[in-house]
Design a binder for this molecule. Structure first.
Ligand code: SD4
Length: 339
């Protein structure tokens, strides 16, 4: 069943689509030379296309992968239409938008913020935690205090649309994350079913062959106040090892944290797994431990190795990721479900 899964490959420019073979599948050889002089950026979901374009502007000018991923994820963070990252993100059940983000560079440095309120670009606060503090992670009021000290301005992140949706949700107050609507976040694309959850995880290799990654989200819609998902947890939502590769995740964060998902994917690549196979193994751990839970949720992993080979795997069909390099700008959509 599993080996019949396919990704649908879509050119973001032409809108053409066809079933992809193994053109993006990784190799098992992590001892070959790194990808020098050929930058690449990949990111989760369809909003990854616009985010990749911003990252590509940095990469094509010989910029650092770290700068590319920060600039790239700024795009969905600032997009009020996207209700799963940054501005306009769905609030928690108390009507408060709280953001989680982390970033990691080629030297193994990392920074993270969780449950951060009223700041448009949590990824940039995470980067400053990495660069200007002796710590890795700041949360809640402490993270906000630090952001304000660094010159960030407070903004209201709750848009009228997200407030309206929250009030609608309050009528039943049911917390049931919906599967497979993540890649159609625009309300007009999913009438009647817009309580989505999403996250952008972005991984890049620059012209020097160095890797970095970023992950940013408003987390699960209508979560408990104070709930933190996988996205700001180094090793769960994101992990970068400049010798091996990088991985990021999306979906129900609790299952990713329980399996330290992104670290697991990178460690599997270290053992010789191709990126897609490593993502698949991490997904299978989740499914094996809790088959009944896994049936009803989505978790997807996206990975790239040092050579620029990339791959992804998810529990459910509908997971998509965007790829951008010198030759391609495309969206790959997973066409089959594990179940
Ligand atoms: C979280 N992993 O907060 C995030 C949400 C997400 O698709 O990615 N949803 O658990």
């Amino acid at each position: 069943m599993v080996n019949r899964r396919k990704f649908l490959k879509t050119s973001s420019l032409a809108g053409a689509s066809f079933l992809a073979g193994s053109s993006y599948a990784g190799t098992n050889n992590h001892f070959s030379a790194p990808r020098l002089g050929n930058p690449i950026v990949i990111s989760t979901w369809d909003f990854g296309i616009a985010a990749n374009a911003a990252a590509w502007n940095v990469l094509k000018n010989n910029g650092r992968a770290l700068d590319a991923v920060e600039k790239g994820v700024h795009v969905p963070e600032a997009d009020p239409i996207n209700q799963s990252v940054g501005l306009g993100g769905f609030p928690d059940r108390d009507g408060i938008v709280t953001l989680d983000a982390c970033i990691m560079d080629e030297l193994g440095n990392c920074g993270s913020v969780a449950a951060l309120q009223n700041i448009l670009h949590p990824i940039s606060v995470a980067r400053l935690v990495m660069e200007k503090t002796p710590h890795v992670m700041l949360v809640g009021d402490g993270a906000l205090q630090f952001a304000l000290q660094q010159g960030f301005k407070e903004v209201n992140l709750l848009t009228p649309q997200s407030e309206k949706d929250w009030k609608e949700w309050l009528k039943k107050s049911e917390y049931t994350p919906k599967i497979n609507i993540e890649n159609s976040f625009r309300p007009d694309k999913m009438p009647g079913n817009k309580f989505n959850h999403d996250t952008i995880g972005m991984l890049a290799i620059d012209a020097k062959g160095n890797l970095s990654g970023a992950c940013t989200t408003s987390g699960m819609a209508f979560k408990m106040h104070g709930r933190v998902g996988d996205s700001p947890i180094i090793g769960a939502g994101l992990f970068v090892d400049n010798e091996i590769g990088a991985a990021t995740s999306t979906g129900v964060g609790e299952e990713v944290i329980r399996n330290v998902g992104s670290f697991l994917v990178v460690e599997l690549m270290r053992q010789g797994y191709a990126p897609e196979d490593a993502c698949k193994e991490a997904v299978m751990r989740i499914i094996k431990k809790k088959p009944e839970t896994a049936k009803a949720i989505q978790v997807g992993f996206l990975a790239i190795n040092k050579q620029g080979k990339y791959g992804a795997y998810a529990i459910q069909k509908g997971f998509s990721f965007a790829v951008c390099d010198d030759a391609n700008q495309e969206l790959l959509i997973m066409g089959k479900s594990y179940y």
